[in-house]
Design a binder for this molecule. Sequence first.
Ligand SMILES: [Zn+2]
Length: 148
Amino acid sequence: MTNPKIHDDNDNDDFASHLTPEQIDVCFNGGTEPPFSGKYLDDKRKGTYICVACFKPLFKSDTKFDSGTGWPSFFRAIDGAIFYNQDFSHGMERIEVQCSRCRSHLGHMFDDGPAPTGRRYCINSLSLGFIGKKSDNPSPDTTEKSSS
Ligand SMILES: [Zn+2]
């Protein structure tokens, strides 16, 4: 019995095998998580946001900002990380952003973001993973000293 497994960059099964049904719906069926539901919305940690499917680094934490929209928002993507796709669905013309490696759906890009780019990448938490950066500084919680 032969069951040849031919590697194909467009074969999403390899990238989806470790994902939850909710993540697969967003990443590979173009779904959108409910606003204010994502686990990275208020995340202020320093580090790098990666593609949840193929682990490619996509956004740095220092380009994240609070857009008030209910989705994690960034004003800049890591060079070469994003594939831009014109999206005419829902009667609107928008720019869909996908992972440039596995083409996982991440969210959309708008041109009403803050300086210096003026861009707003509106991204689903379900499309992202996070790698924290080791802290260079001691925890601010330990600096308080009592003097008698
Ligand atoms: Zn990816």
